[in-house]
Ligand binder design. Sequence first.
Ligand SMILES: [Fe+2]
Ligand SMILES: [Fe+2]
Length: 165
Amino acid sequence: MLKENVQEGINEQIRHELYSAYLYLSMSAHFEDQFWKGFAHWMRLQATEELKHALRLFDFVLRRGGLPTLKPIDQPPASFTSPLDIFQRALEHERTNTGAINQLFELAISEKDYPTRVEVEWFITEQVEEENTAEEIVERAKLAGDDRGALLLLDQQLGGRTSSD
Ligand SMILES: [Fe+2]
Ligand SMILES: [Fe+2]
């Protein structure tokens, strides 16, 4: 059985993951609108991945006999500038989310909730991956700079993403 405060912490993290999906979907819409088709595709899969994260926690709460209470999700930004700016914001967002995951991990430890601790461990590993991927894209977008050809190549490369895991 989940303790009240742990359940609350997980419900809060479900909200974070759903907001992440919202944010990336909004970024995807902007990219579609600007004909950066590859970036749009990548962001759409990223949104799908975040939705899976939310569902993973949702199912975990249910398996533990808790109730996932869905909270209001903030409106994501809808106006953006350059691809570099967008990926920098995505990276910042992932770093913030890592902080939230770490907090949940600390709560699981202090409450001696071992199953939650193991579940959140998966997310800790995942965040290393998420930050690393975003950092790489930011660095490559910096290398491209104002060179449209180089940015289009990056767009094409990210358009080849096949998995939402
Ligand atoms: Fe996530
Ligand atoms: Fe993420």
